[in-house]
Design a protein around this ligand. Structure first.
Ligand code: ADP
Length: 502
């Protein structure tokens, strides 16, 4: 399933609808650099999946203009055509004031919703101001979107937890719009969700959509249960629908994925191969067993839990001291929030304690790379590693797990994956770990390292075969395909029109 099939759907079923996309993060950012400026294409699942779609069919992508040079490149309506070198669609930038960034983004989105959705109640902060700004910014996004389809029918795709109220706000502005909302992080169970003071209004916001997507069945079930308990809604668990105030929303799991071919070809490239040879020789890696992790420095990723398990592993199995080296690549994230700064301090201190405990001449157990790394370099690390460890205490999906597997072109690297990452539902051939249980975690590392090569190969092959089929394009296709089955027929639309006139 590729771009052609997606194009066929959009030019067929949705030919009479303008495509409008909303997300907090923009797909292209203009940023100052020492000798001028750059227009950077953003990575991440949403941009990777939806930028090619927008380039094929055109339309408008609405997002927060967060780049420090973004304002210099737009027209009077905040619009710029992208990609810059070959413009195909409009990026409409929404400007946020400092107060809005503080309360809508850093506040309600990242200090209330983010920890709540990841089951981390002790990190949750609720403030009335956060919620007031969240509502205001969501209204603003909805208003900007509605200006984009004044006289046309629209197909609107809203992304993620920062914009949950947009579907309902848009519904009241455009009855006949088709609205899909994708929630990219976990959805908690009702016992946890009900600590959200504004839970009713929040659910009502999402239920303005026609199709509501999550990464896993588990998140869908949690959502349906929340809607049933909190609202006087008709919830059909079998059909996976919620009918509320005469509007029906279909709730469905679509596990996001990666551009499999892109990661394969990066892994196969001459550049990667040359770097591999150089690093293996330069750092004497022939004799070293290498483990890696690639994470944003976020408390949901279970980085301290992983470091403690590695400590226990080295203590319990001293034969690996001097032989096993672990590289933790951790990109700084949300550094304006105290909990993230504290996490960094904890991680730095743990790494240094473990290194002091075991270090020998010519060998250091853990290397911490505390920065963003480009995809090419990541590809080299993915290929170098004998083992990748994903230890999230909770995660919507975890694309790193999939990127690592896609990069295993010589089928030697094995994956230890947290049972609490969304990817675990699909990556059946990984080695399960429970980040809360260091004893079991340490044993899983040993099991992974000592697994016979034929078994490793078999597991990797199966996961790669799966990812080849269920890649990012398949994800996008499945969502549009499901939506296309929900488009009201012309006859139904005519009856609706007649009823409205009466
Ligand atoms: P999240 O969306 O919570 O950050 P994911 O694992 O789903 O987690 O996606 C992270 C994305 O960011 C992946 O594409 C990964 O390659 C990239 N990434 C994560 N950490 C780094 C890093 N230190 N350097 C470069 N890219 C990173």
């Amino acid at each position: 399933m590729g771009k052609t099939e997606i194009l066929r759907l959009l030019k067929g079923t949705f030919a009479d609808r303008k495509l409008i996309l909303l997300s907090n993060r923009e797909p292209y950012v203009h940023r100052a650099i020492p000798r001028g400026f750059v227009c950077e294409k953003q990575g991440g699942g949403v941009a990777t999946a939806l930028d090619p779609v927008m380039q094929m069919v055109g339309g408008t992508w609405i997002a927060w203009g967060s780049g420090n040079l973004d304002k210099s490149f737009v027209d009077e309506k905040g619009r710029v055509k992208v990609p810059p070198q070959d413009p195909k669609y409009l990026l409409k930038r929404v400007w946020l004031t400092e107060d809005e960034v503080e309360n809508y983004y850093l506040g309600f989105s990242n200090r209330s919703l983010w920890p709540l959705a990841h089951n981390l109640c002790n990190q949750v902060v609720f403030k009335r101001k956060f919620w007031e700004f969240y509502k205001k910014v969501n209204e603003h996004f909805a208003q900007v979107a509605s200006e984009e389809f004044e006289s046309e029918r629209a197909l609107i795709w809203v992304n993620d937890y920062q914009l949950a109220l947009v579907p309902q706000k848009l519904r009241s502005k455009a009855e006949d719009a088709m609205i899909v909302f994708f929630w990219h992080i976990p959805w908690p169970n009702y016992d946890l969700f009900c600590i959200l003071p504004q839970r009713k209004e929040f659910l009502e916001g999402l239920l303005g959509s026609d199709l509501l997507g999550f990464h896993t069945q588990n998140f869908c079930r949690n959502f349906l249960a929340c809607a049933e308990q909190e609202l006087e809604a008709e919830v059909n668990f079998e059909k996976s629908t919620v009918t509320y105030r005469d509007h029906t929303t279909k709730v469905k799991a679509f596990p996001i994925s990666i551009d499999f071919e892109h990661f394969c070809s990066l892994a196969q490239s001459k550049e990667t191969q040359a770097m591999l040879t150089k690093l293996r020789k330069g750092f004497h890696l022939e004799d070293t067993i290498l483990g890696i992790s690639v994470d944003r420095l976020d408390y949901t990723k279970g980085i301290p839990e992983k470091l403690r398990a590695i400590d226990l592993f080295l203590e319990r199995y001293p034969q690996y001291q001097g032989r096993f080296t672990f590289v933790q690549i951790a990109a700084p994230s949300r550094t304006k929030i105290k909990a993230y700064r504290e996490l960094r301090e904890e991680v730095v201190s743990l790494v240094s304690q473990i290194n002091q405990k075991y270090e020998k001449p010519g060998w250091r157990p853990i290397f911490l790379i505390n920065r963003q790394v480009d995809h090419k370099t990541l590809s080299v690390y993915y290929r170098l590693a004998d083992l990748a460890i994903i230890s999230s205490v909770r995660d919507g999906m975890n694309l790193v797990a999939k990127e690592f597997i896609a990069s295993q072109i010589d089928e030697k690297g094995i994956l230890c994956l947290s049972e609490f990452a969304g990817a675990f539902e699909e990556m059946e051939n990984s080695i399960p770990i429970n980040p809360y249980y260091s004893d079991g975690f340490a044993e899983a590392i040993k099991k992974a390292l000592e697994m016979p090569l034929p078994e490793k190969r078999d597991r990797i092959r199966r996961m790669r075969q799966y990812l080849k089929e269920y890649d990012i394009y398949r994800w996008t296709y499945d969502i549009f395909q499901t939506l296309s089955e929900m488009v009201p027929s012309q006859a139904e639309a005519d009856v609706d029109m007649l009823l409205m006139r009466e």
